[in-house]
Design a protein. Structure first.
Length: 162
């Protein structure tokens, strides 16, 4: 929303139509812009904000960043206020196990990218993703086709009886 035709834009963070949205809208019209709450230093949300400012993040392709944003959004909603140093290998494995096998792999890749950068930048002492393995992917119930079987075992209709 813009208060004036050429003025700066004002972001309304609440869901459209909610009571909070209309309160933010009225505040923006009257010029009383409330700043969004900043993440406390050391929290997971703070760590992700710092990560997004680095070349480790910006060097990723747009598609990868979008995918990782979609993974990080619910993680931050659930545990954004938790101290990043308190996140353990068990938390990462639990997050992997709550997802399908393919989604779990992308979750681990996302968290590994974040925590490897954080450990290198000395924001955390140890990387909780170290040693967390991907869930083994199967062929989703499909049996492997054996195309050579008819050549090895002749059909009963093809065998001559003497």
């Amino acid at each position: 929303m813009r208060r004036e035709r050429h003025g700066p834009r004002i972001r309304l963070w609440a869901e459209y139509g909610s009571e909070e949205f209309w309160q933010q809208y009225q505040d923006a019209l009257s010029g009383q812009v409330r700043q969004r709450a900043k993440a406390s230093a050391g929290s997971l949300a703070w760590l992700v904000e710092r990560y997004r400012e680095t070349s480790a993040w910006t060097d990723l392709s747009l598609a990868t960043r979008r995918q990782r944003e979609n993974i990080l959004r619910p993680v931050l909603e659930k545990a954004g206020s938790q101290q990043a140093s308190k996140i353990t290998r068990a938390h990462i494995a639990e997050g992997r196990d709550r997802r399908t096998k393919a989604q779990g792999r992308h979750f681990i890749d996302t968290m590994r990218g974040l925590f490897e950068w954080a450990a290198e930048a000395q924001h955390i002492k140890t990387d909780p993703t170290t040693g967390v393995k991907y869930a083994l992917l199967t062929q989703s119930g499909h049996e492997r086709a054996d195309f050579a079987a008819p050549l090895r075992e002749p059909s009963a209709s093809l065998v001559k009886t003497v």
